[in-house]
Design a protein around this ligand. Sequence first.
Ligand SMILES: [Zn+2]
Length: 140
Amino acid sequence: MKLPSYVKPYPKIWKLLPFVKEFGGNSIYPTIYLREDFYRDLLRDNPHLRSIALLKHEESHRKRQQEIGLLRFLLKNYFSRSARLEEELTAYQVSMQIWKKHGLEFPIEYLAKNLSGWMYLWATSYKNARKKLEKMWEEA
Ligand SMILES: [Zn+2]
């Protein structure tokens, strides 16, 4: 599919950072950076659903960054665990709808682990993340 010009693969230099490979993408307004495999997949005629859902997820972050400004977004999400959690859940809500519409199982346990771990600076406990994601999945 054709991608907007603000969607780019991670810069080569970033790949040297050991933690980057754990992320599928990042939105740093105005740009959305995606892991090379997802980026390449999205350029194909029939991208995987997972890639499309990832792009929608990052689009959700990008929209929020546009609304409140990148600096405010970053500060808010850095200093507040609840803001960080809410931001991620809002973005997952978008990708969940795609997964559910196509009858796929959403990786709730995996994401609950991420949300309660270093990737999201321990935004919440595993139990709470799981509970919230399960509820969202039910309602998606
Ligand atoms: Zn996210």
